[in-house]
Design a protein around this ligand. Sequence first.
Ligand code: AMP
Ligand code: GLY
Length: 421
Amino acid sequence: MKILVLGSGAREHAIITALLREEPRPSVTCAPGNAGIAAEVAVVALDPNDPVAVTDYAVLHSIELVVIGPEAPLVAGVADALRARGIAVFGPDRAAAALEGSKTFAKRIMDAAGVPTGRAVRAGTLAEAEAALDEFGAPYVVKADGLAAGKGVLVTPDRPAALAHATYWLEHGSVLIEEFLDGQEISLFLLSDGQNVLPLSPAQDYKRALDHDAGPNTGGMGAYSPLPWLDEKFGSENKFIDEIIETVALPTVRQLAAEGTPFVGLLYCGLILTDAGIRVIEFNARFGDPETQVVLPRLVTPLSGLLLAAATGTLGALPRPEFSAEVAVTVVLASENYPDTPLIGREISGLTAALTVDGVTIAHAATRVVDGALVSTGGRVLSVVAVGESFAHARARAYEAMGHVSLAGAHFRTDIAARVA
Ligand code: AMP
Ligand code: GLY
């Protein structure tokens, strides 16, 4: 099968690594990719957000499946353009991708579908925002109502800080003030063909920049999978998954289909397990990063068959994907000053030594080769991924490997998966 993957992050590298593990190996091309991806598959300098360029390329090269990694091409209508030309694509049309891009749209769909979520008020003015903050009380949750690259959300006990965040994002549109939800966070990915869903194994992401969940929100600093504490709370991972399919995923997918905007692609359910039950905090319309780096290494079922079945409306004929009993941990290496204004263009070394640690792979994110040297090109630079028979084992491997990696000024969290090890 000829597959084109769009994107350039560690998520896309992890997707490609999973595809290349298959027998027979699919033929994979990536646009635009990064240095790590380019070392494994052909990369093309194609703008992944340009619907015409992507579609022309896919037609010219007889691509049989396009896998869209990030949200930006979805919002740009790349999936719509590919579908219009009859090319199988894993990723929703622009209208359905609003589930991620517009928090107001997501809330409306959840209300219509009866999906449990936090109460929220949309504010278009500062006065409305203030009234909503006072209605819900502290801690305050303020969210930008559009794509904000993981930086649109502020959770704070500090009312002036909440107001300042609201003021900033009101200049870019509207904001959502939400009730604070307390509990463990879970990321559950479901493949959707527009009607049917198939679950992957759940993961937990570490969103804050610093150890012990201090510091600002980021795109994600590490993750682990599976979640052993689900067994205690739900009896088993499968019982938890059944509940999410029944109460969240299928109602959402059916509501979108009923509104004429079927969701074909990856439904990312961002959940909080509160004392009162599961609540959706957000949907994304794509694989999560860095959760993908810990979910896909455990996937035993060939990924390409699952993605193609979702893209072609035939998921209903497939059994649930299988996962290995191994656990996985990923730790993200971030540039100095990430998530604020990352300092980039610095040399990265030690990857060869890191890869000598058993069970370790490295998913590149913001890397490029310049004059023979590997250099950083963005905030989250790479993900060290380790599998093992226990979390203590996988963590030890991940941190041993990270110890070999050098990048001036870089930082990473030291407590990833500590709570389960
Ligand atoms: P989001 O971009 O909506 O996923 O939010 C980013 C992070 O902010 C989440 O992963 C949570 O840690 C936190 N968060 C978002 N909404 C809430 C909420 N209603 N209550 C508590 N924490 C939240
Ligand atoms: N790890 C959070 C996200 O991908 O949105």
